[in-house]
Design a protein around this ligand. Structure first.
Ligand code: CP3
Length: 342
């Protein structure tokens, strides 16, 4: 078993950091399209443990990643809560009837994980039998889920979600409380099914001011993570720079950072013993090989020898050239902390 990931998350010495990519399974791989077509739709794929396990394994057959992440989506729990969800090609996720008023909460219920969303747990159980790298479980953070549930889709400005948060804070808070309860239990269930670590994706929390994030998104993420024990818990948000001084309040064991965060500064602010994950710009995978090598080396230098999990700062995009993935992993595999120390 490749134990680089768990050693890095424990601040133990490693020759080079473990590497995996956000969205390492998915549309940049031709074999993904074949399996997705077999499933019929993206949600069917998430809900079919055999096919979801197959898709999880696909990137590992092509590239020497040191970790895997169960194939699923953060929006599966809101669908199980009662919101009608569709993934529309070219548009992304769409909820037909978003949550906009207090009365809309009556349409939602706290789903039983084993009865109403067991798929990821079954996928994890299938995968742990086959994998020789650790497997991540994950969930969307309460605020990021609420942003989709209120907005009804992805959004540039999040005007519906922010307006509800300010106009009817009680309703927004009830939605966050419900989400926190569900995703906390969901992450714990994934750990119990065999996930070696879990990620809480708060992708859109970085759209908030520091004040709103601390008052609204942070306590909800902390509540969700407080329900998880026994495995390392990673909190990711895009645009975390303004939050660095307060990230420890989330109560996570490690933090995922995007490419706009200066890792040297993150180390200083978070403390040298707090593991970090990141932070290559996913678009750097389109750069020439030598440029990629230089960028990877700069990240390794900035992060330092312990407590670093190498990752992209956000997901692989569908047009990503495979040469870029190869070049990134090549630079990592050529790295040796002990050679540099001597
Ligand atoms: O390999 C992996 O990383 C596991 C798979 C994974 C997916 N979604 C599959 C997916 C993971 C970890 C996610 C998490 C997710 N989903 C997040 C948080 C992390 C992040 O990237 O910020 C968010 C915000 C979502 C919501 C979501 N799901 C969006 C916005 C979209 C559309 C994106 C797009 O580029 O079209 C999805 C759909 C989705 N989730 C796809 C995949 C492979 C594409 C679906 C398809 O096949 O058409």
């Amino acid at each position: 078993m490749n134990d680089l990931l768990l050693r890095a998350l424990n601040n133990e010495p490693v020759e080079r950091p473990p590497a995996w990519f956000f969205r390492q399974a998915g549309r940049y791989l031709p074999e993904y399209h074949v399996t997705r077509a077999e499933a019929g739709s993206f949600l069917n794929l998430c809900r079919n443990p055999e096919l979801a396990a197959e898709v999880t394994l696909q990137p590992l057959r092509r590239f020497p990643f040191d970790a895997s992440i169960v194939f699923n989506d953060i929006l599966v729990p809101p669908a199980a809560m009662g919101l009608d969800l569709d993934f529309i090609p070219g548009r992304g996720p769409v909820f037909a009837d978003p949550v906009r008023h207090a009365a809309d909460l009556k349409r939602l219920h706290v789903p039983s994980i084993e009865r109403e969303m067991p798929h990821a747990l079954d996928t994890i159980r299938l995968l742990v039998e086959q994998l020789d790298v650790p497997l991540f479980g994950f969930a969307g953070a309460p605020f990021t889920l609420a942003a989709y549930m209120v907005e009804g889709s992805g959004s540039r400005h999040f005007e519906h979600a922010k307006a509800l948060m300010w106009r009817d804070p009680k309703t927004f808070q009830r939605l966050l409380d419900m989400n926190a309860e569900i995703v906390g239990d969901y992450l714990q269930a994934q750990a119990e099914a065999g996930a070696a670590a879990v990620c809480l994706f708060d992708t859109w929390a970085g759209e908030l001011s520091l004040e709103d994030w601390r008052r609204v998104a942070l306590p909800a993420a902390r509540k969700a993570l407080s329900k998880v024990s026994g495995v390392p818990r990673i909190y990711f948000t895009k645009n975390a720079s303004p939050f660095l001084h307060h990230l420890h309040e989330v109560g996570a064991d490690a933090f995922g950072l995007d490419w706009r965060v200066d890792l040297k500064r993150a180390r200083q602010v978070l403390g040298a013993d707090v593991p970090i994950m990141g932070n290559l710009d996913p678009i750097a995978l389109f750069a020439p090989r030598e440029t990629i090598h230089a960028k990877v080396r700069a990240i390794l230098e900035d992060a330092g020898p312990t407590g670093h999990v190498f990752n992209l700062g956000h997901g692989v995009i569908p047009t990503t050239p495979h040469e870029g993935v190869d070049a990134t992993l090549e630079a990592l595999h050529a790295w040796s902390w002990s050679a540099r120390a001597s």
